[in-house]
Design a protein around this ligand. Structure first.
Ligand code: AMP
Length: 283
């Protein structure tokens, strides 16, 4: 289907045809993978992409293989028409919005096994998550064949897993990380914020504030004690459960060593909504 200024493409055949045309003209292509329900965080990625490349593709695909059966696949917010309207205001050339059956045709059975960046943190709580993410990201990179792809630091471990996959599997795409866009009170923008009640929304920014304090103290204090204190504080401030608060090496996500760039990563629950966030520890 062609619309003025922006093409919405749903078949791999059509996508390949457009891509071949662009490559014939030596036009650089950037990809911004999303699951839709677009907000200003996604738009920051789109802006970077349109500035960096001649052509920008935004994919909208709620990827079932990264959701466990008990997770929120069915209630995940979807609003494709509004998403496309937002993208029309940008210099986006193509929206790649395949159906699940186009992405995973019958008989699909090959998955990426993510590397060491996927050990621990999210994987302790969502064991199959990064296998689903890495598989769909590799497919998207193969489908669109971009020279650049943009990912948010909001999903920091995901960014590390994707970088490692691209490096390890020789994917000819440069991965670019984009800093997290936040509400005025510090809450990281997320499609899942739509699940929060008014009361939960007021509590939510405490996650960011607490991990920012951890980041300030990480280079001079005992990490185990600091992480445990932060987890207790997040609960005291109104969260229902903390999955983890952890200070890691910013590049490998292995052990943090003062003097090297670090990252504080956290995941916590407000009612039935799971929020994740992270902040840098400056070297
Ligand atoms: P999602 O639709 O949640 O899969 O996110 C698509 C991309 O947008 C991912 O690379 C996310 O890391 C990125 N993203 C999501 N929220 C934000 C945010 N608040 N700031 C910057 N990037 C974000």
């Amino acid at each position: 289907m062609t619309e003025p200024g922006i093409k919405v493409v749903r078949s791999l055949r059509d996508l390949r045809q457009v891509g071949a045309e662009w490559r014939k003209n030596y036009e650089t292509v950037a990809l911004v993978p999303t699951m839709g329900a677009l907000h200003d965080g996604h738009m920051a990625l789109v802006d970077k992409a349109t500035q960096a490349a001649r052509r920008t593709v935004v994919s909208i695909f709620v990827n079932p293989t990264q959701f466990a059966p008990h997770e929120d696949l069915d209630r995940y917010p979807r609003n494709e028409a509004a998403d496309i309207d937002r993208l029309r205001e940008k210099r986006v050339d193509l929206v790649w919005a395949p159906a699940v059956s186009e992405m995973y045709p019958e008989g699909f059975s090959t998955y990426v096994a993510p590397g060491s960046a996927a050990l621990g943190l999210e994987t302790d709580f969502r064991p199959h998550f990064f296998q689903g993410v890495a598989t769909v990201v590799l497919k998207l990179l193969n489908q669109v064949a971009p020279s650049l792809a943009f990912f948010g630091e909001k999903d920091y471990q995901q960014l590390c897993v994707v970088r490692q996959m691209v490096r390890d599997l020789d994917v000819p795409t440069e991965i670019i990380g984009v800093p997290t866009i936040r509400e005025k009170d510090g809450l990281a923008l997320s499609s899942r914020n739509a699940y929060l009640s008014r009361q939960e929304r007021e509590i939510a920014p405490h996650l960011y504030r607490t991990i920012s304090e951890v980041a300030d103290r990480a280079s001079s204090e005992d990490l185990g004690a600091l992480e445990a204190e932060a987890a207790r504080k997040i609960i005291a401030l109104g969260f229902d459960k903390v999955d983890y608060v952890s200070v890691r090496d910013a590049e490998t996500l292995g052990e943090f060593k003062p003097g090297r760039p670090g990252r504080v990563l956290a995941a916590a629950w407000l009612g039935s909504t799971r929020l994740i966030d992270n902040v840098p520890v400056l070297a």
